[in-house]
Ligand binder design. Sequence first.
Ligand code: SF4
Length: 93
Amino acid sequence: MMQVAMGSTSWVAAQTMAQNMVNDKEAQAITLGYAVDSTKVDIKKFPRHAPTQKCNNCALFQGKASDAAGGCPLFPGRQVVGMGWCSAYAKKA
Ligand code: SF4
């Protein structure tokens, strides 16, 4: 079992979180048109996109509206950026 030195727990947590974040270059992200910054989505490719649409106001987002990152069932066990977006976006009721 790996020993974690005192004081490095937050570093380990940060690394684990970084590895858990969805990268917009990975296959599932490309398929869904996921972008880590909703304002940079190509509207020629996704004409129904609006910059106000963000993961943290999407019905599928598993975090709170104020969260910087949270889960999404389209990326099981992973985290998407609150300011991100994908083509499966559905406005939270
Ligand atoms: S489904 Fe919603 S929460 Fe999940 S990546 Fe797409 S926009 Fe973000």
